[in-house]
Design a protein around this ligand. Sequence first.
Ligand code: AMP
Ligand code: MG
Length: 410
Amino acid sequence: MTLGVADALARVRSRVPVLPAEAVELRSARGRVLRQDVRADRPQPGFDRAAMDGFAVRAADVASAPSAFPVAFEVRAGQWPERALPAGAVARIMTGAPVPEGADAVVPVERTRGVDDGRVELQVRPEAGQHVAPRGSEVAAGERLLTPGRRLDAAAIAVLASVGVARPLVGRRPRVALLVTGDEIVPVDATPGAAQIRNSNGPAVTALAEDAGAEVIDLGTAADDAAALLSALARGLDSADVLITSGGVSAGDYDLVEPALERLGVSLDFTRVAIKPGAPLVFGHRGDVLVFGLPGNPVSSQVTFDLFVRPALLAMQGASGGGRLRLFARAEAPFVNRSGRENHVPAALRFGPEGALVRPLRSQGSGDLAAHARADAIVVLAAERTAVAAGETVPCWLLPAVLERDAEEA
Ligand code: AMP
Ligand code: MG
């Protein structure tokens, strides 16, 4: 049963359970998905706030500049002004302090000169409102500042802190059990024999899952052996919200993951998707537990994770976004797609004066994990789009490596 990417993703989405919400300390809220509305508990600023260190004045009192005024009193940040500003006087004021009643502008200290004691010379004529942030000018009381589904970053955490939400409600982290399969796979710290390879998918999928907010339970590596697979898969199904396997889902004689899952009561929703890389891709469920059988090829496993698993993990937490930035870019060089499937091509991306530009990277295909690590973006060529000429526009999604580009190169 081979599905198109959109249909396959729709099937995955239709099975995603939304996990319960829990309260967490702000300190550990980064990357979690907000599950509550956040409203302002008071106007922001809460008072007419001085935006500069200087002197609070009544603009209309300053008929000409320079002219000197008596300094009536001082207002520090955190202090309420002791009285209203008397006519014809100014008050010394600090950034963040409330502007006293009667004053309507702040003259920055750099534009003043102390004269005799108790008087200051203003060297400029202020305009009313200058360097004053009026009460409520940023945020009205009760205004909605954040909505459920927002993945919490520093900016959102600042908003939570500013309105006193010390323990925001966020989606519980999905528990992901990860099983790597393959007779040829050895641990990272082992020296591979002539026909062996190191387990790169385990660490890569762990990183991808944690990046998507999940907690990973490592089920280790199983040989291509029905009994070994059955016991490891059973452990995963009993302990996790999502079971992910790597390898063992293609058409080889020792690709035993699919039948083992079925024996354990997993209903398979699909087993192939019309994509390159990664056509063999298993998705199923047992009750609320989702199961993804990722192909063993390193690039296939990472790309299919991004396309199907990441959106599922984020949706389980209640996220509104899918976690990868999609955009259209202009091809700087031709792309070809002879696969007859939706093709995902590793690409270099740069931003020119006219916008984003992509070119294909040299890659040996779905095993070429080194090329994948060099890619800034994945260009998506629809099955029927067999050739893209330079200058044409293509859809793509950005990989995290694009952020590591030196600003000078961009
Ligand atoms: P499979 O999907 O099991 O047929 O594996 C496809 C290809 O991916 C084979 O070349 C495997 O050796 C390779 N492969 C499978 N599992 C891993 C892994 N954990 N790390 C790196 N490569 C793998
Ligand atoms: Mg295998």
